[in-house]
Design a protein around this ligand. Structure first.
Ligand code: GLA
Ligand code: ZN
Length: 686
């Protein structure tokens, strides 16, 4: 990373560049305009395998030589891709087994992308071969800044090779068939295996699927795809030890980014917030906090975003004036040291010809281009923010293993959407304007005062011990219903619900009582001495029939068969408290509850600001950078709690002064930091 930072200091600007779609004359215009827009890094060759290797073992690097040189002659660095995401037609024709197979057993055809079997030895061999050729040829090219391995890995496969691979993976994991039978609960429905040859990946079944097998297949798929990345990374590092390697994440169900991130030199993320969705920017903030947290707070890279509308949804709305700029600063505010796009120039043909680009079909006269160009130049003013870190006292749990399990089959409520559930909880924190890390219960929880755990259905013994320690050590835990129910095998944690949490929350769920769609139940603060005085909520989707054991009720149901019983409880344990939420509270009530917990834990907003203004802070050893992002449709007024300089406008600001931000506008206020007193001051050395 350090070499990379030396070559590309500051906040990196650029995008995917696909020159193979254009004649040479256009390349000249491309580099001219890239310079105008301050582009410093392009992701090159992501989908160029067929152009680089037109037939098995026949290579043509001439065009890539030329464009690498042209870019470098113009001072533009390259994030060079290994092109394995879109295998060429000859691979499919010569070796049909390299094509992926869907769950129903249908082999995918060519004409799109991602159509590879991750187990195929031929696919692996040919993708490694082209990666090695690229590394050998361009490893010493002065323009090469980093490696972009594949693209948005998401190719699961149900072919016979993967079936073999799954069995091998299981044998390694469990050793004996007896252990496998135990882990998968095969005593149920006569599923007991008496020979490894009977064990298969989950192809379509007659009735409900075995949830433990599904869970293991998800783990296997994530590991299998990661193995492709690791192999290429090792190969590239072997030839170019100083060139950092990454792959671009998106929030993909198949790939456990917590594990993946540990294998990469830097985290890179693609983000496409939907301008048509009111909560899109809060969801983006969550994803950015997750990306920053994956490698312990290290800066990450926004590798792709859209300059305007995308083309993959039913209705693809534009980003209104200023909103692309705002979204770009939002990524930087949450720890990204790059602002990059898919893609540089809008394609004139193919699946994505209506996807926006930095340079639209309409060229230099378009609003998008003007905004792209202005932003690229303006970002220079915040270059010094790069490498700065964020400190959070609050964490929220997001866990791929739980995602796989909690949306499993035949649950009490089968309308579950983990992403949406976590997003709702995160939104409550976002509106509270506090800094948030995104963790799993396997991470170090000691930096946090508040930990929000949305619907952590799957909890290992270690998770349960970690949650207990967190509370006993003085933390405030907020955990919502249908948590602590099963272990890592999807086996009920015995001892009464929520088995893994019962002693921590001090309450027992006698029964799950999901509500019919549209049904709601009023909830109010419990009588007696209660810090939630005046609390009122509308509950929906789910009720726990909850017996408070050592906990006390904070809020109770006012109607229905659970009238008078607890909806929200609080339990003192050691030096901390655990709040348990046994229903789905409406958004306002959830936020009120979360704010109450933050107050009790003495966690303050990063800075006071009106609702809809996002506030974050990044710090180096010497400076604090306060980001104020106005997501509102009108202007916002902020009274500054510090003196500093707005890097973007260059304005000097005094503490107590009022800053007016227009709709969609941004300020980045730098203030000096007192010299560090302790050793754990955030460092700027990543
Ligand atoms: C993903 C891909 C890109 C492109 C964009 C479109 O992020 O990596 O190649 O398809 O989506 O939004
Ligand atoms: Zn396969």
């Amino acid at each position: 990373m350090n070499t990379f930072r030396r070559r590309l200091p500051g906040v990196v600007y650029g995008g995917d560049y696909n020159p193979e779609q254009w004649p040479r004359e256009v390349w000249q215009e491309d580099v001219r305009l890239m310079r105008e827009a301050g582009v410093r890094l392009v992701s090159l060759g992501v989908f160029s395998w067929a152009m680089l290797e037109p037939a098995d073992g026949e290579f043509d690097f001439s065009w890539l030589d030329e464009i690498m040189d042209l870019l470098w002659a113009n001072g533009i660095h390259v994030n060079l891709a290994t092109p394995n995401a879109a295998p060429p037609p000859w691979l499919a024709t010569d070796f049909p087994e390299t094509l992926s197979v869907d769950r129903r057993g249908v082999r995918h055809g060519i004409g799109s992308r991602g159509h590879f079997c991750p187990s195929s030895p031929v696919y692996r061999d040919r993708s490694r071969r082209i990666a090695a050729k690229l590394a050998e040829r361009y490893g010493k090219h002065p323009g090469l800044a980093m490696w972009h391995i594949g693209n948005e890995y998401h190719s699961d496969c149900f072919c016979d090779l993967c079936d073999d691979g799954f069995r091998t993976w299981l044998r390694q994991r469990y050793g004996t068939l007896e252990e496998l039978n135990h882990r998968w609960g095969t005593a149920f429905w006569s599923q007991r295996y008496s020979d490894w040859a009977q064990v298969h990946l989950p192809r379509p079944v007659r009735g409900w699927v075995n949830p433990s097998r599904e869970l293991d297949f998800s783990r296997f798929t994530s590991d299998l795809l990661l193995d492709l990345v690791v192999q290429e990374r090792d190969l590239l590092h072997g030839i170019t030890p100083d060139v950092p390697a990454t792959t671009n994440f998106f929030q993909c169900r198949l790939t456990d980014s917590h594990r993946w991130a540990q294998e990469l030199d830097v985290v890179a993320f693609d983000c496409y917030p939907d301008p048509g969705k009111p909560d899109a920017m809060a969801v983006a903030a969550f994803q950015y906090d997750l990306m920053r947290s994956l490698r312990g707070g290290q800066p990450w890279m926004l590798m792709e975003q859209a300059a305007g509308a995308v083309s993959q949804w039913k209705t693809n709305q534009v980003k209104q004036p200023g909103r692309m700029r705002l979204g770009s600063y939002q990524a930087v505010a949450h720890g990204s040291d790059a602002v990059m796009f898919f893609q540089w120039r809008a394609s004139r043909q193919g699946q994505e010809k209506f996807h926006s680009a930095m340079l639209p079909h309409g060229g230099e006269k378009t609003r998008t281009w003007q905004e792209v160009k202005a932003l690229g130049n303006e970002l220079r003013t915040v270059d010094e923010v790069a490498t700065a870190r964020t400190r959070a006292q609050v964490a929220i749990v997001w866990d791929w293993q739980n995602w796989w399990a909690v949306e499993g089959c035949a649950h009490p409520d089968n309308t579950f959407d983990y992403r949406d559930t976590v997003a709702r909880h995160y939104r409550a924190l976002w509106h509270s304007q506090v800094a948030v890390d995104v963790v799993t219960l396997d991470d170090d929880l000691s930096p946090y005062r508040v930990l929000v755990v949305p619907n952590q259905y799957l909890m290992t013994r270690h998770h349960s011990a970690a949650a207990r320690k967190f509370v006993e050590d003085g933390g405030r835990l907020v955990v919502s219903y249908f948590s602590g129910i099963v272990d890592e095998d999807d086996r009920i944690v015995e001892g009464g619900y929520p088995g893994a949490l019962r002693e921590i929350v001090g309450a027992h769920v006698q029964e799950f009582s999901p509500l019919p769609a549209e049904a709601t139940v009023p909830v109010q603060a419990a009588a007696g001495e209660n810090a939630l005085d005046g609390f009122f909520a509308t509950a929906s989707v789910w009720q726990d029939d909850l017996d408070t054991e050592t906990a006390r009720p904070l809020a109770v149901y006012r109607k229905g068969h659970l009238t008078g019983k607890a909806a929200v409880t609080e339990h003192r344990l050691g030096r901390g408290r655990a709040v348990y939420v046994g229903t789905r509270l409406d958004d306002d009530a959830l936020e009120a509850l979360v704010r109450h917990v933050l107050d009790c834990a003495d966690v303050r907003p990063v800075h006071a600001a009106p609702r809809g203004v996002e506030v974050t802070e990044r710090q180096t050893r010497t400076s604090a950078y306060l980001f104020l992002l106005n997501h509102r449709q009108d202007k916002a007024t902020i009274t500054l709690d510090r003196s500093g300089t707005d890097l973007i406008s260059g304005r000097r600001l005094q503490a107590g002064e009022t800053l007016v931000l227009d709709a969609a506008d941004v300020a980045v206020v730098r203030s000096p930091l007192a010299p560090p007193q302790d050793a754990d001051r955030p460092s700027s050395d990543s």
